[in-house]
Design a protein. Structure first.
Ligand code: ADP
Ligand code: MG
Ligand code: MG
Length: 896
């Protein structure tokens, strides 16, 4: 038989696994989906996997191409797949005496909430339920399975109102005075099945399907149908998953965790996904099925004795309750880690003492755990240091770089839940996902509070700063999704009672209403009223180790965009190797100098401007001195004044009088100057080097301030900074030549006055398409290029980034740009200009220094591009410096 790696010439859609057969393996995720590929892989290495088959993702596309219908050939292939399961299990699908039951499970390339939920126990009907009761000698089990099946099928395949079914179940329990589902007897369940069938007929207009093949095709169609559900689309959009990947469908023989006290179902991680410790981590439930563990119906029990003791929980751990199966499971964990060389997220079921593996995949983890696991695994020799560097998602580091709650701050603890996803967050309480999204869009920090979350809440969880739930364990939906998104989460805060309709939650007598401020600490599980002070993150330990390995691997230098001494200090602590962009205009806005700046703008001649600039010079020198001190010995790129001058004048009527008085002009004069400076399109107006060309004295004084400060610091500390003076918005070589002369003259003058000189460079920002095109001749004068990709994106795409929000989302949705081009560089367009400018520049001047200083300098995908075109450095905002270091290392490793 053909395999996934080696398919038959005719189109083939069904791949078997289990019972000694594996048509595919872990390399076939694109075709079989993650779940299907890993089931086949586990079966192929001899682990106990119930037999089944996977209908490939290719069928999903064909299903939609053919108007949501199945090709005839698929029926024959599925019949062969069923025959495989029947041969291995010795049971037949639809057999009234001893029926084969199956689960139908969706599975895309990457795990995707939003897809159809799994349907269990498919193949039960009024006849087969009797057979199941007879062969299992357990009528209760058979009827429990049947009622679960109808309930799930009605919910996920028929999409009926599941509330009515849950209500019927509650009534059945109440009528009998039961507390747990497991208290229901066979007869109770039989009656419940009848009620359920009535509900189906009432809501669906047809009786519950009794033909097992109709059941199967209904479920398969529902899986493919769910690929285009709103939930799935939202998730794909948030996670950059292409719509044409499609999902696979897995049909697998059922194994039963609900066959009494020697049966169980559970979920586990081979290491702690929250902290990263090397300890088995998980939960299980005796006499339960499928998602009972994560659904919060009963409180799950711990896997290990140690975890149970640490939590101070009473119910026996699996290690104690089922020692033999636990030992077998632990051996499987080790086997899987060795085999996949990564931490695994596992689902298993025990049927009457026999272990069955139902899923494995590389486990989602917090940034903290990702670091620890990568560093530990390199230490254990399971992976190399370079692999460890490649294992950590640079963007996820963000979680670790931000402040955490100050341990000494006073806190008003409302309650405590489980520490489900680390980090602290404060925000206004909201009780539903839509409100979370709305208020977050309006710029508010929100904490989403839910009894428990479901895939419908994804957009709200994404919008929220943190998530709090009253129910659900460490592997609940809220916990798993929050960890994946890097949102702090406290789950299962059991004392919390939430009235989402009234928009209020209570703990005892205390009330918190929508809009009140709450703080959650996902590292400890604490929930606090109000906001709590924070402290800076810890940068040593595993973080330091991995960063050091990254630094060995990377070629690109990493600088920072910073203009205050505080930011420079933060960036240096984060490992910045210089400043790639120090903007000077922020300095002009400071209260102590804005008046002098305005006097300069209001001056009617050069003499007046110089008088004002005289006042600015010492202030500007002080700015640079402080920065050079912090960045001693490192290159510092300073951009001369860039924004249009009107930005410095008042805009509000109320301000005119004060400003006129402070600057010594009349209100009329001030207004006249303001209207003279008005521009229709300031982005393309009188700014950048155009200011220097018309008022060279501005650049001259800025350059003087730079050189005086540099010499001061060199004299004082003996360690000279390396100023790189950057001329913005150059389009032609002549502009640069004029400005370079101004800077060089200022340098000469200062060096003559001081009696000694200093190395410095003069270069330009490449942020206009013309400059990129004429890079060859510009490089004859420029000693460095810094790609200002924010403006270069605006000017190349002809899109103003301040106005882009109105249409960009829709552009990205329709695939016009793969990602927001202001977040991730447009490689094909803007990237082409960067590449061309780099080539032409280097051809004209060997050793021309090249860097990037737009927002893109902190974006991992853009950094990979910078590695491709072999820039010398990237420059990122201080908190993104570690992200850039890691991304640069990964780009270098991937280029090898
Ligand atoms: P998800 O992608 O949401 O995790 P799964 O397809 O893994 O959905 O199914 C959810 C749960 O259903 C599994 O963890 C397992 O407990 C149960 N399940 C799925 N297939 C079977 C099966 N063949 N036998 C027993 N339980 C199953
Ligand atoms: Mg699910
Ligand atoms: Mg699963």
């Amino acid at each position: 038989m053909a395999t996934a790696a080696n398919p038959a010439p005719e189109a083939r859609y069904v791949y078997r696994f289990g019972g000694g057969v594996s048509d595919g393996g872990k390399g076939d995720k694109n075709l079989l989906g993650g779940k299907g590929a890993n089931l086949a892989e586990m079966a192929s290495i001899g682990l106990p996997v119930p037999p089944g088959f996977t209908i490939s993702t290719a069928m999903c596309a064909r299903y939609y191409d053919e108007g949501e219908a199945f090709p005839e050939s698929l029926r024959a292939e599925v019949a062969d797949g069923l025959a495989h399961i029947e041969a291995v299990t010795g049971k037949r699908f639809g057999d009234a005496a001893d029926p084969l039951l199956v689960s139908v499970r969706s599975g895309a390339r990457v795990s995707m909430p939003g897809m159809m939920d799994t349907v269990l126990n498919l193949g039960l009907n009024d006849a087969t339920v009797e057979g199941l009761a007879a062969v299992s000698s357990d009528a209760r089990f058979a009827w429990d399975s049947y009622r679960r099946f109808i309930q799930m099928y009605a919910d996920v395949v028929l999409e009926l109102d599941h509330g009515a079914f849950e209500e019927a179940l509650e009534i059945a329990k109440e009528d009998n005075g039961y507390y747990l589902d497991t208290d229901l007897t066979a007869d109770d369940l039989k009656a419940l099945v009848a009620t359920y069938k009535g509900l189906v007929e009432e809501q669906w207009g047809k009786p519950f399907p009794q033909d097992v093949h109709d059941q199967l095709w209904g479920a398969v169609g529902a899986v493919f149908g769910s690929w285009q559900s709103e939930r799935a689309k939202v998730y794909r959009r948030l996670n950059d998953i292409p719509g044409d990947w499609g999902t696979a469908v897995n049909v697998q023989a059922m194994v039963f965790g609900n066959m009494g006290e020697t049966s169980a179902t559970g979920v586990a991680f081979t290491r702690d996904p929250s902290k990263g410790d090397r300890a088995y981590y998980g939960e299980f439930l005796i006499n339960a099925q499928g998602e009972d563990v994560v659904a919060g119906i009963r409180t799950p029990q711990y896997l290990t004795l140690k975890a149970r003791e640490e939590a101070g929980a009473k119910p026996a751990s699996m290690e104690e309750a089922m020692p033999a199966v636990y030992a077998e499971l632990a051996a499987v964990f080790d086997r899987l880690e060795d085999h996949y060389r990564d931490m695994q997220d596992i689902e298993f079921t025990v049927q009457q003492g026999k272990l069955w593996m139902l899923q494995t995949r590389s486990g989602k983890r917090t940034a903290k755990a990702a670091l620890k696991i990568a560093v530990d695994m390199a230490g254990e020799g399971l992976i190399t240091r370079d692999e460890a560097v490649l294992r950590v998602d640079p963007a996820a580091l963000d979680q670790l770089l931000h402040p955490t709650l100050d341990p000494d701050a006073t806190r008003d603890v409302l309650t405590k839940g489980l520490p489900a996803s680390p980090g602290a967050a404060s925000g206004k309480v909201v009780f539903d996902a839509d409100t979370a999204e709305k208020r977050a869009a309006a710029g508010e920090a929100v904490i989403l509070v839910r009894t428990e979350t479901s895939p419908e809440d994804i957009h709200g969880m994404h919008a929220a700063k943190g998530i709090l739930t009253a129910r659900g364990g460490m592997t609940s939906h809220a916990a798993v999704v929050a960890r994946g998104m890097g949102r702090p989460c406290v789950s299962g805060a059991g004392t919390l009672s939430i009235d989402a309709k009234a928009r209020v939650m209570r703990v005892g007598a205390r009330e918190v209403r929508e809009g009140d401020t709450l703080t959650i600490d996902g590292t400890t599980g604490e929930v606090m009223i109000g906001s709590v002070a924070t402290v800076q993150p810890e940068l040593s330990g595993d973080f330091g180790t991995l960063m050091a390995w990254a630094d060995v691997a990377r070629r690109l230098k990493v600088r920072t965009n910073a203009e205050t001494p505080a930011d420079c200090r933060t960036a240096r602590e984060f490992g910045a190797e210089g400043i790639g962009l120090c903007r000077t205009e922020h300095m002009f806005f400071e209260a102590s100098r804005i008046t002098a700046v305005r006097q300069m703008i209001l001056a009617t001649d050069e003499k007046g401007r110089r008088a004002a600039l005289e006042k600015l010079l010492p202030e500007q020198r002080k700015d640079f001195t402080e920065i050079f001190e912090v960045m001693a010995g490192l290159p510092v790129t300073i951009r001369l004044l860039d924004p249009p001058l009107h930005e410095f004048l008042p805009h509000e009527e109320a301000e005119f009088a004060d400003v006129a008085a402070a600057t010594g002009v009349s209100v009329d004069q001030l207004k006249r100057r303001a209207s003279e400076l008005h521009e229709f399109n300031p982005m393309l107006g009188h700014r950048g080097c155009r200011l220097g060309v018309t008022y060279p004295e501005i650049y001259e004084v800025q350059a003087r301030a730079i050189f005086e400060a540099a010499l001061d610091v060199a004299d004082k500390s003996g360690e000279a900074p390396i100023p790189e003076v950057m001329i913005p918005l150059v389009a032609t070589k002549r502009e640069l030549d004029l400005m370079k002369t101004v800077v060089d003259k200022a340098a000469e003058a200062v060096f003559a006055e001081r009696g000694h000189a200093l190395d410095y460079l003069v270069g330009t920002m490449i942020e206009l398409p013309r400059a990129a095109l004429r890079a060859g001749e510009i490089a004859e004068s420029a000693e460095f290029f810094s790609f200002g990709t924010n403006d270069l994106t605006q000017t190349t795409l002809g899109v103003s980034r301040d106005d882009a929000s109105r249409f960009l989302t829709s552009y990205v949705e329709q695939g016009i740009y793969a990602k927001d081009p202001f977040v991730s560089i447009d490689v094909d367009g803007v990237g082409e200009l960067v590449k061309l400018a780099a080539e032409r520049g280097r051809a004209a001047r060997a050793g021309l220094k090249l860097g990037i200083c737009g927002e893109h300098g902190g974006d991992p995908a853009s950094i990979a591009f910078c590695e491709d075109v072999r820039l010398d450095y990237v420059s990122a905002s201080p908190y993104r410096v570690p992200i850039a270091r890691l991304a640069a290392a990964q780009a270098a490793l991937k280029a090898r």
